[in-house]
Design a protein around this ligand. Structure first.
Ligand code: ADP
Ligand code: G6P
Length: 461
């Protein structure tokens, strides 16, 4: 074994940290998104290597250590950034897999770089994994890696986990490269999805578009078996719960409540600025609520955090304009010099500030149009150690399958959403406590460590 090799190798498009330009020069910052939030605590605990992109183009730095994880940076060119990442990953696969809430585009000039980047990841993984190692490949960017890697290293245990929804046949079937993608995934020993529906959709399309045969959740292609199953992801519950109880967070949450205005009810949204998150519909619902309850306008405030995301892609730029226009309209129509109905923050916040906001919020709004899981929903629940707070949750988030006592909504229904926000604000305390307690039980019994253990255990069989 060489010093560069590891027994556990995580392969994901992004490293847990990204290189960003700041006033002080180039710095490493935590990468955005749920994949990194979920995987980091697990890999820190077990140790291992993580192969991924640095978030910038050009040659990659040499490998380095970050909080007990060995990082193996992958460099991508400007052309690959445009055609692989912005193009095939975020212009074809992302909208297609999220129920085509935006029209996916299909370009051969995007597919070829997708294959090239996947080959590069497979080659680097083959060099990094020890003999007989466990390799865990993540998400839609790298669906060809399992089969490419298996060709080079048949000794490895290869797992793949998809963090986003796997679409039904009528959508997946549109993809011109559907067979290649499925055969890529079938190179893994285990392919995991967020929900049983995702696993079911996958098995169906494998039977339809490949020569694989299936029996009881196992697919067999060319004499090799792949298990397809649901492994719903979770959060490091203990970390969120103990941060929530800390003095610093308690004090900051109190300060936030006072700054917003004593007695005012705080409604919170926390998302990447992505069109799948339903932020615009949510703002329209809040506006509807304010126009119905003009006498109570000063009683409510909406805080919307929106982490910048994929800003080079047109749909994301358009979404940003629409969201900011809506925020301006609501504040212009319903605000006055001493009261702003919507506080909109277009940036990532430090961990303690985020937890303080979760603690300060009376109502959490999680209303994606489609979402693999949605970790924000689980994080909010993990911080409600005293069973306070109400969550409004989209039926179309994977989390809705487990958080059954959230107030569940159709995120496309502006009126229904406005009514549910009103209902949340007037929910009797006893009922709110009962609902939150059930949600806390659901996530307390299955943390991110249980998720990772169950996947790795399935892989070792
Ligand atoms: P996605 O992976 O699609 O971005 P998730 O809800 O699963 O959605 O994960 C988002 C992650 O990003 C969560 O861990 C959440 O805490 C974090 N996050 C979202 N908004 C912010 C913010 N403004 N500041 C810091 N972290 C944020
Ligand atoms: C989602 C995806 C991740 C991705 C993250 C952030 O969570 O499932 O794979 O890393 O969004 O998106 P980005 O494009 O910035 O990596």
């Amino acid at each position: 074994m060489s010093a560069r090799q590891s027994q556990l190798v995580i392969v994901a498009n992004r490293l847990p940290v990204a290189r960003v330009k700041t006033k002080k020069g180039m710095e490493w910052k935590r990468s955005p998104g749920g994949l990194v939030s979920a995987l980091t605590p697990f890999v820190q605990k077990t140790g291992g290597a993580w192969i991924g992109w640095t978030g910038t183009t050009g040659s990659a730095p040499d490998l380095f250590d970050f909080e007990d994880i060995k990082l193996v940076p992958v460099g991508i060119t400007r052309g690959q950034l445009e055609n692989f990442y912005d193009g095939f990953c975020n212009g074809t696969l992302w909208p297609l897999y999220h129920g085509a809430v935006r029209e996916p585009e299909y370009h051969r000039s995007w597919w070829r770089p997708y294959v090239a980047v996947n080959k590069r990841y497979a080659r680097m993984t083959a060099e990094t994994a020890e003999r007989g190692a466990t390799v865990w490949v993540h998400d839609y960017h790298l669906q060809l890696v399992p089969a490419l890697l298996r060709e080079q290293r048949p000794d490895l245990h290869i797992g793949f986990f998809l963090h986003i929804p796997f679409p039904p046949e009528e959508l997946f079937g549109r993809l011109p490269w559907r067979r290649q993608i499925l055969e890529g995934l079938l190179g893994a020993n285990v392919v995991g999805f967020q929900t049983p529906i995702g696993a079911h959709n996958f098995i169906r399309v494998c039977r339809r578009y490949t020569d694989a045969k299936s029996k009881a959740g196992t697919l067999e292609l060319h004499g090799r078996k792949t298990q397809a199953d649901a492994f719903p992801i979770s959060v490091d519950v203990e970390r969120y719960a103990s941060a929530a109880e800390s003095d610093i967070v308690t004090q900051r949450a109190q300060e936030i409540r006072e700054q917003m205005g004593r007695g005012r009810r705080i409604i919170l949204g926390v998302d990447r600025l992505d069109y799948t998150k339903g932020i615009d519909v949510r703002l329209r619902a809040f506006s509807e609520l304010l126009s119905r309850r003009r006498q109570a306008i000063r009683d409510y405030v909406l805080v919307q955090l929106a982490v910048p995301s994929r800003e080079r892609v047109d749909e994301y730029r358009e979404l940003r304009s629409r969201v900011e226009e809506l925020v301006g309209q609501i504040n212009g129509e319903f605000g006055d010099v001493s009261h702003v109905p919507v506080h909109y923050l277009h940036r990532g916040l430090p961990f303690t500030e985020l937890i303080a906001l979760y603690r300060a919020a009376d109502v959490m709004l999680v209303t994606p149009l489609a979402d693999g899981m949605n970790l924000v929903a689980k994080e909010y629940v993990a911080t409600r150690y005293d069973d306070t707070g109400v969550m409004i949750l989209s039926e179309f988030a994977g989390a809705a399958q487990e958080l059954k006592t959230a107030l569940q909504v159709n995120p496309h229904d502006v009126d229904g959403l406005a009514e549910t926000i009103e209902m949340a604000l007037s929910l009797p305390q006893k009922e709110a406590t009962r609902r939150m307690r059930k949600m806390r039980e659901a996530i307390g019994n299955y943390t991110v460590f249980d998720w990772a253990d169950s996947f790795v255990t399935a892989l070792s069989h």
